[in-house]
Design a protein around this ligand. Structure first.
Ligand code: BG6
Length: 463
C-alpha cells in the first residue's frame, strides 16, 4: 500500500516578517521587509514616526505564539517551519554583539514548541535582511555582507544548538532574480551582472553557514530553499523544449551550486554569452564545497514557456513571466493549480540531486467567507491540499526520499507579494483585514479538522 514513512514530519510554515509584528519591539532593527510595506514587489518607503503598515503588527505572533503553537499542536503538527528575523539579533546587521532581547524571544518560542513535541525547522533569512546593511554597505553586492551573515548564523547556531537541529539558509534563494531588493538588497533596476555577483556572495554565505552548522550543531542538518518554479514547454516544438530546459535551469542552478559545490557549465556559458564577469575567489571555491544535507522547496503552481514572442509579451507582468497552461485552472490570484506537477517536480529534483527532499511551502491563497455562525467552509483549500498530498505520496512510491511537508501559512498571515491579509492560506482564521481592522482573534476553519485527520492517519485519510 502507498504510504508516508513513519518518520515523516507534518506541519506548517511561517516567516517572521509575515506573522510576528512587533516591528520595533525589544531592540529590533529595520529590515528590508519593513521598508516595503506593500510587499516584495512594492516600492521602498521611508518609514517615519507615527506611520503604520500591515506588517508592523502582522498577526501579532510575537505576543500570541503560545496560543498559536497550542493550535498547531491540536492539529498534531510534528514540525513548524519558522524564520528568525536577522534584525532582532543584529538590528543593523554589522554589530559584533547580538541583541539579547531578540535571542531570548526565540528561546521562548523554541521552548514552547518543545513543550508540544514540535520540531522546529528554522530559516536563517526569509525575505528580509537588515536595512542597515543595504544603506551602509549595498546589501549582498558587498562581500562584507558574507561576514556579517556568517557571524549572525554562528551566533544563532551556538545559542540554539540544543533546541534546533533542522536549519535552512535562504528562503527561495532564486527569487533574487525577480525581486532583487528582497533577495539581495539591490535596487530593482540593477544590472544582471550586479545581481549575479550579489547572488554569488549569498551562495558563498549559504555554504559557510552549512559548514558552521556542521561544526556547531551536534546532529544538525541544514538544507537550502528553492522556489520550485516548474516550467513546461508550451508546445513540443524543439525550440520550446530547449527554452523550458533553460528556464528550469535558471532556478535549478542555485540548487546545483548548493548540492554539488561548483558552478555548472551551462551557467558559465550563460555568463560568457551575456558579458557577465563574476568575481569568484579561490576562497569562495573552497567555501562552496560545503554542500547541503537536504533540499527544501516551495511549490504552488507550474507555468509554461515558449519561444513565441507574441505569447511572451502577454505573459510579462505575470509572476515569473509564465505563459498560461490551457489544461489548468487558476487560483483567484492567477496561480495555476497543478498537483500532478508536484509529482513531476519531486521526481525531477530527486533524480538530479539524490538528496532528501522537504516540501516547506505549498498551499492555496484564497478569500474566505465567515458564515453567520462563525464557521468557515474552505472546501477549495481542502481540495487543493488533498490533491497535492496525494501526488506527494505517488512520488514517494516512485522512490523519492522525503523528509516532510509543511504547508504554507497554517495560520492566516500577511501575504509576501502584495502584503495582503485577504489572501489567506490558513487552517486557522485570523480576524484582520487589508486595512488592519479586526480583533486578531483566531478561529478554526473546516480545513483545520481535515488536516488534523490527515496527520493523525499519516496521510491515510486522503481521498
Ligand atoms: C513564497 C514565500 O514565495 O510564497 C512566502 O516564501 C510567501 O513568504 C508565499 O508568502 C506565498 O506568496 P504570497 O504572495 O501569496 O504570500
Amino acid at each position: 500500500m502507498k504510504a508516508f514513512p513513519t518518520s515523516f514530519l507534518w506541519g506548517g510554515a511561517i516567516a517572521a516578517n509575515q506573522v510576528e509584528g512587533a516591528w520595533r519591539e525589544d531592540g529590533k532593527g529595520l529590515s528590508t521587509s519593513d521598508v516595503q510595506p506593500k510587499g516584495v514587489f512594492g516600492e521602498v518607503v521611508e518609514r517615519v514616526e507615527g506611520d503604520s503598515a500591515l506588517k508592523d503588527v502582522a498577526i501579532d505572533f510575537y505576543h500570541r505564539y503560545p496560543q498559536d503553537i497550542a493550535l498547531f499542536a491540536e492539529m498534531g503538527f510534528s514540525c513548524l517551519r519558522v524564520s528568525i528575523a536577522w534584525t532582532r539579533i543584529f538590528p543593523n546587521g554589522d554589530e559584533s554583539t547580538p541583541n539579547e532581547a531578540g535571542l531570548a524571544f526565540y528561546d521562548r518560542m523554541f521552548d514552547e514548541l518543545a513543550k508540544h513535541g514540535i520540531t522546529p525547522l528554522v530559516t536563517l533569512s526569509h525575505y528580509e535582511m537588515p536595512w542597515g546593511l543595504v544603506t551602509a554597505y549595498g546589501g549582498w553586492g558587498n562581500r562584507k555582507t558574507i561576514e556579517f551573515f556568517e557571524h549572525y548564523a554562528r551566533t544563532v547556531f551556538t545559542r540554539y544548538a540544543s533546541k534546533v537541529k533542522l536549519w535552512l539558509t535562504f528562503n527561495e534563494i532564486n527569487m533574487s532574480l525577480h525581486a532583487p531588493l528582497t533577495g539581495v538588497g539591490l535596487a530593482e533596476n540593477s544590472s544582471k551582472g550586479d545581481v549575479y555577483q550579489a547572488i554569488h556572495h549569498q551562495l558563498v554565505a549559504s555554504a559557510l553557514a552549512v559548514k558552521a552548522c556542521h561544526e556547531i550543531v551536534a546532529d544538525g542538518k541544514i538544507g537550502n530553499m528553492l522556489l520550485g518554479g516548474l516550467m513546461y514547454p508550451l508546445t513540443c516544438k524543439p525550440e520550446d523544449v530547449l527554452e523550458a530546459l533553460q528556464q528550469n535551469r535558471s532556478w535549478q542552478f542555485f540548487g546545483d551550486v548548493q548540492c554539488r559545490g561548483v558552478y555548472p557549465g551551462y551557467m558559465l556559458r550563460y555568463f560568457r554569452d551575456n558579458g557577465i564577469a563574476i568575481e569568484i575567489t579561490d576562497a569562495d571555491r573552497e567555501a562552496l564545497k560545503s554542500t547541503v544535507d537536504f533540499i527544501s522547496f516551495s511549490y504552488y503552481m507550474s507555468g509554461c514557456v515558449t519561444t513565441n514572442e507574441e505569447l511572451n509579451q502577454k505573459a510579462r507582468g505575470n509572476i515569473l513571466s509564465m505563459v498560461q497552461n490551457p489544461h489548468l485552472q487558476s487560483s483567484e490570484w492567477g496561480w495555476q493549480i497543478d498537483p500532478l506537477g508536484l509529482r513531476t517536480l519531486l521526481n525531477m529534483l530527486w533524480d538530479r540531486w539524490q538528496k532528501p527532499l522537504f516540501i516547506v511551502e505549498n498551499g492555496l491563497g484564497a478569500k474566505d467567507k465567515v458564515e453567520a455562525d462563525g464557521s468557515i467552509n474552505d472546501d477549495y483549500r481542502i481540495a487543493y491540499l488533498n490533491d497535492h498530498l496525494l501526488q506527494m505520496r505517488e512520488a514517494i512510491d516512485d522512490g523519492v526520499e522525503m523528509m516532510g511537508y509543511t504547508s504554507w501559512g497554517p495560520i492566516d498571515l500577511v501575504s509576501a507579494s502584495k502584503a495582503e491579509m485577504s489572501k489567506r492560506y490558513g487552517f486557522i482564521y485570523v480576524d484582520r483585514d487589508d486595512d488592519g481592522n479586526g480583533t486578531l482573534a483566531r478561529s478554526r476553519k473546516k480545513s483545520f479538522y481535515w488536516y488534523r485527520d490527515v496527520i493523525a492517519s499519516n496521510g491515510e485519510s486522503l481521498k
